[in-house]
Design a protein around this ligand. Structure first.
Ligand code: HEC
Ligand code: HEC
Ligand code: HEC
Ligand code: HEC
Ligand code: HEC
Length: 137
């Protein structure tokens, strides 16, 4: 069941607008121009039309928020925070791959299985206790 969840949630998919990371990173945009990690809050956000309209005035008619399809998600009930990981100095690319080459956002490696979390935690001497991800919060 676990592998099936990963397979369903983590592969490239057709988006409501054919957005390309490759084109926009090449145009000089930074991740944080579109993805903010609001505090309080543990998630990144996906952009709504106002982030696009400055450069694409024709998008002013789009209903918001845009129904972007998710590529990857951590299983419900597992505690996960983007902020602690980026604050620890881990680059976006370490987990998400070289986004600047992706016309279509794709999963390049497993980042949502328990093994994926544990392997890096072991490498970087982060916590391994069950309660860290399952109950502590
Ligand atoms: C700072 C300006 C800027 C912002 C902000 C921006 N874009 Fe773009 N976008 C561009 C440029 C420049 C291109 C053309 C790149 C190329 O063709 O190489 C482009 C191309 C595109 C294309 C391909 C079709 C076309 O017109 O060439 C789509 C679709 C698109 N953008 C969607 C979006 C969406 C959705 C957002 C908001 C999440 C967004 N853009 C935000 C500058 C921007
Ligand atoms: C101009 C806006 C824009 C910029 C700049 C941008 N993104 Fe995105 N990002 C999007 C949009 C729109 C989506 C949803 C559509 C898609 O998946 O392609 C998205 C989706 C994603 C996803 C998929 C999340 C999921 O699980 O569904 C990841 C990961 C991501 N971006 C990482 C990055 C990184 C890393 C950078 C910087 C290198 C970046 N993005 C720069 C607009 C942007
Ligand atoms: C330690 C690994 C890791 C790092 C570093 C990381 N991410 Fe993620 N990212 C994930 C995981 C895991 C998910 C799925 C989380 C979920 O289910 O909400 C995710 C989801 C996302 C999403 C989808 C929205 C969300 O929060 O669910 C976006 C957008 C995103 N990441 C962008 C970024 C950007 C931009 C950076 C760098 C500033 C970054 N990520 C750094 C692992 C990481
Ligand atoms: C690329 C390495 C890496 C990956 C992958 C990774 N982590 Fe971490 N994680 C760390 C590091 C380093 C810390 C310690 C950060 C600190 O204490 O400053 C940490 C800390 C944590 C913490 C404790 C801090 C907090 O946010 O409460 C939790 C919980 C956590 N990670 C959950 C996860 C989960 C769940 C996954 C998989 C979906 C995951 N991590 C994947 C490197 C990683
Ligand atoms: C660093 C974060 C992290 C730690 C620490 C952690 N887990 Fe997990 N665990 C996860 C994630 C993420 C999943 C969801 C995996 C999936 O759905 O693919 C998970 C799933 C599980 C599942 C369900 C497995 C399944 O196949 O559905 C069990 C049982 C579990 N963990 C037990 C434990 C036990 C016992 C410990 C302590 C030895 C522990 N976990 C420590 C992140 C963690």
């Amino acid at each position: 069941m676990a592998w099936l969840m990963v397979a369903v949630l983590c592969y490239a998919t057709t988006q409501p607008i054919p957005y390309s990371h490759k084109k926009h990173i090449a145009a000089g945009l930074k991740c944080k121009d579109c993805h903010t990690g609001p505090d309080p809050g543990e998630r990144m956000t996906l952009p709504a039309a106002p982030k696009c309209i400055g450069c694409h005035p024709t998008m002013a008619g789009i209903k918001q928020p845009i129904a972007w399809k998710r590529i990857c998600a951590v299983a419900a009930g597992v505690y996960w925070s983007h902020r602690t990981h980026t604050n620890a100095g881990i680059e976006c690319e370490t987990c998400h791959g070289d986004v600047s080459k992706m016309d279509v956002m794709t999963r390049v490696k497993d980042i949502t299985s328990m093994t994926a979390c544990m392997d890096c935690h072991r490498e970087r001497n982060a916590g391994l206790g069950c309660e860290l991800c399952h109950e502590g919060k």
